[in-house]
Design a protein around this ligand. Structure first.
Ligand code: UDP
Length: 496
């Protein structure tokens, strides 16, 4: 266990990008730090906070840490506005960027200079850990003379691509020259042999260099490089990319998979309220903006070993009714059982799609025995359940890591941002699944599910077991992530 013996406990402010996946991994980091005796203030935007506190798990998870507290800042959303996750169209993104600039950013600055934090009994703020995509928070830390850590909650491979974007624009790789998305991209070191246009982050497909996401990612990446240190939720599996990044960010700590590190720390911390249950793989470390429907665990208990495909496309991806149907037919035709997460607001539906509604109703009826749907599942527990044999995923980084730790193979259907490169790595580099990218039709779904569950099962079982073992070793006391975690604690302690 890392030394927690300092007399003065540092006080860290953690500030995530206000969406599910980012809040989730930053809360895991918060708990890791609390378990190591660090005081933490976790900054949420108002609406997300009220949704989190509705579901008591998070409060009770942190209730036993006297050094932990939440602070909220305005998000610019009115009380009756739908929640802030999910990007239905480019306007949603533009709105989010507008609120970040005009409401969230000044709100964060105001919080840090307010009496609320200045006269805090836990002492002054000694370090700010900001989401890597919120470079402005690093600039605020600089202005206030507070050391900062930029935490990229995405994969190292995508962080590296973000870093290389200006070079790709300079070399004329972006915008793409023609419609052929299989054109190779040769200007990202370490990825020359397999990177194609279609594997770059989704916003690189824009014809226009002024696309708001591209602009936002480039500028925030630039600001975030000014951080005193950098943090990534990854492990040795991304070693070649980590060493590329380290040549630019010497103070880089890779502490992933955070879900596994957290479970290890819970079990090693004798006084932790979690220690009694931590020997089980099923301890949830997720913080959900949706209410988990645990009935799916009872359903999973009744299914044969490794027979179920778990289907989830995360919290942001929007899916059209047509795509849902293609996926449904593909799953049904594969002959396999499935547990499908459909968050309430994830369907891009038009009211006039009567025929689709009819088809969907028939499908639900036809697959009642083999399929189960919920609006939100306890995902880590699901992936570690013995009846789950595969994961049909959107390749969000948290989901990818959770699947790796559980040793579950994947069929990847990426939607946006880092998901495109994550799915390429899953299939071409780590060889723990298949990439369905840009190809959502029932025949492809059926084939890839059959490949994952039957045809390629043996080879995938070997490769996923190897990756799971690598993850396990990295968070063991001699592992790279554990050593980095100790280095991170030392960095934070020195800053107070
Ligand atoms: N998740 C969950 N239950 C669900 C679906 C997702 O707990 O039914 C969690 C999942 O375990 C992961 C997070 O939500 O930790 C999703 O993050 P990810 O980076 O995979 O995708 P995003 O939602 O950001 O697109």
């Amino acid at each position: 266990m890392a030394d927690t013996g300092s007399l003065i406990s540092p006080h860290v402010v953690i500030f995530p990008f206000p969406i599910q996946g980012h809040i989730n991994s930053m809360l895991k980091l918060a708990e890791v730090l609390c378990l190591s005796g660090i005081n933490v203030t976790f900054v949420n935007t108002q609406q997300n906070h009220s949704r989190l506190s509705n579901f008591g798990d998070v409060q009770s998870r942190f209730g036993s840490f006297p050094g932990f507290c939440f602070e909220t800042i305005p998000d610019g959303l009115s009380a009756d506005q739908p929640h802030s996750t999910g990007f239905r169209n480019s306007q949603d993104l533009v709105d989010m960027l507008h609120r970040l600039k005009n409401v969230i950013r000044p709100g964060f600055r105001e919080l840090l200079t307010s009496d609320r934090l200045k006269i805090d009994s836990r002492g002054p703020v000694s370090c700010i850990i900001a989401d890597g995509i919120l470079g402005f928070a690093i600039v605020v830390a600089e202005e206030l003379g507070i050391p900062s850590i930029s935490f990229r909650t995405i994969s190292a491979c995508c962080s590296w691509i973000y870093f290389c974007l200006p070079k790709l624009i300079e070399n004329g790789d972006i915008p793409f020259k023609d419609e052929d998305m299989d054109q190779p991209i040769k200007n990202v070191p370490e990825m020359e042999s397999f990177l194609r246009c279609r594997d770059l982050p989704s916003f690189c497909r824009a014809k226009d260099l002024n696309h708001p996401s591209l602009d936002f990612v480039i500028s925030e990446t630039l600001y975030s490089t000014r951080a005193t240190a950098h943090l990534l939720n990854t492990f040795d599996i991304e070693a070649p990319i980590i060493s590329q990044l380290r040549s630019y960010w010497p103070n880089l700590y890779t502490v992933g998979p955070l879900n596994a590190l957290l479970n290890t720390l819970r079990s090693r911390t004798a006084n932790s309220p979690h220690s009694s249950s931590s020997s089980s793989k099923s301890v949830s470390s997720n913080a959900s903006l949706y209410e988990e429907d645990r009935s799916c665990m009872t359903w999973l208990d009744k299914q044969p070993e490794k027979s179920v495909v778990y289907v989830s496309f995360g919290s942001i991806a929007m899916v059209s009714r047509e795509q849902w149907l293609e996926i449904w037919y593909g799953l049904v035709n594969s002959g396999h059982r499935f547990l499908w997460v459909k968050p309430p607001d994830s369907l891009l539906a038009k009211d006039d799609e009567e025929s689709h509604v009819q088809a969907e109703t028939e499908l639900i009826e036809a697959t009642k025995e083999r399929g189960y749907t919920v609006e939100w599942a306890p995902q880590e527990e699901v992936l570690n359940h013995s009846s789950v044999g595969g994961f049909f995923t959107h390749s969000g980084w948290n989901s990818t890591l959770e699947s790796m730790v559980a040793g579950v193979p994947m069929v990847c259907w990426p939607h946006l941002a880092d998901q495109q490169i994550n799915s390429r790595y899953v299939s071409e580099v780590w060889k723990i699944g298949m990439d369905m990218k840009d190809n959502c039709n029932r025949l492809t779904v059926e084939k890839l599910i059959r490949d994952m569950m039957d045809v390629k099962r043996e080879e995938l079982t070997k490769s996923t077991a190897k990756v799971a073992e690598m993850a396990r070793q990295s968070i063991g006391s001699d592992g790279s992530s554990y050593r980095n975690y100790e280095g991170l604690l030392e960095f934070i302690r020195k800053s107070c």
